[in-house]
Write a protein of this length. Sequence first.
Length: 133
Amino acid sequence: MPIHRSKQTDTQYNINYRKDIIEFGRKVRARREARNISLDDLANQINSDKASLSRIENGERIPRLDKVLRIADALHTTPAKLLPSRYLDEGTANILPQIYERLMRQSVEQRRTSIRYICAMLDGLAFSNNQNS
């Protein structure tokens, strides 16, 4: 089972997570600017601070799932349009809020285990997509 390593390359599958983090940040910034929303306004809408949001947009920080959902909602888009395209398509992105709700009902240890499995599945999908390219 692959191990999810944020901000690193998984040498077993040659997956560059840093690239994904940067892609997400660029998509958030592009959508925010296209909607003429300032960094301050978006930060206020998602109950975050400007510095934290700036680090996300610059690819320096990985947002939690709840923040991804709040950002997508504030920008009037779906998570699939913000996340790296190799992971999700429009159809599967609609299940993210349901996954988040279920995770929040679990104990901390159950949640960690679930997230490890989800990351492993995503890594497997990314590896499969890289092999097919």
